[in-house]
Structures are given as C-alpha cells and as structure tokens.
Design a protein around this ligand. Structure first.
Ligand SMILES: [Zn+2]
Length: 97
C-alpha cells in the first residue's frame, strides 16, 4: 500500500484519470471544436495535442493544460491546424502553417 494515500483517494484519482488517459491515447479527436475549428476550450489539451507529443519529441509536454506549452514555447506549431483538420474544418493556408 502506498504510504500517505488512502484507498478512497487512490480509487477516486484512478476513476477520474483512467477514462481521460484512455481517450487521450485513442487516436480519435473527441474534443469539441468551435465553428472555426479551434478547440472549444483552448486551455485544455486534446487528443490531437497529446498525439503530437508522442509523434514528435520536443512538443506539447502539457498533459492537462495547454497554457504551459504556450508559456514555454513548446506547443507544436501545427497543433491548431491539425486539430481543425481532425475536426474536418479546413483553415486558410496562412493559418495552417
Ligand atoms: Zn501519452
């Protein structure tokens, strides 16, 4: 047993994080998008955000929030364009870089 953590605390954390981690690695962008193809809540990470983390080293370290990567300059430069593409929204070429 882990010292300092109660069984209910571990169970609650597992119940909360397991679905999120499973969906986050599913390869399917399930996160809702606005009409312009951006994530509906931009400061939460999406499947696309985390997929890019695994696809290319050095990008998208944030597991839960995007603001860390934006603050530190490690958000993948194609993140928003790839998110929009995953949601079926075509963006102008100037925004897709
Ligand atoms: Zn992962």
């Amino acid at each position: 047993m882990t010292r300092g953590c109660s069984a209910p605390s571990i169970a609650a954390t597992t119940a909360r994080t397991t679905p999120r981690r499973t969906l986050g690695h599913s390869g399917y962008e399930l996160y809702p998008a606005s009409r312009d193809g951006e994530p509906l809540i931009g400061w939460l990470t999406s499947v696309t955000h985390h997929d890019l983390h695994h696809a290319q080293a050095g990008w998208n370290y944030g597991l839960w929030f995007t603001w860390w990567d934006r603050l530190m300059g490690t958000e993948h430069p194609e993140y928003l364009a790839r998110f929009a593409a995953a949601k079926g929204v075509r963006r102008p070429a100037s925004e897709a870089a």
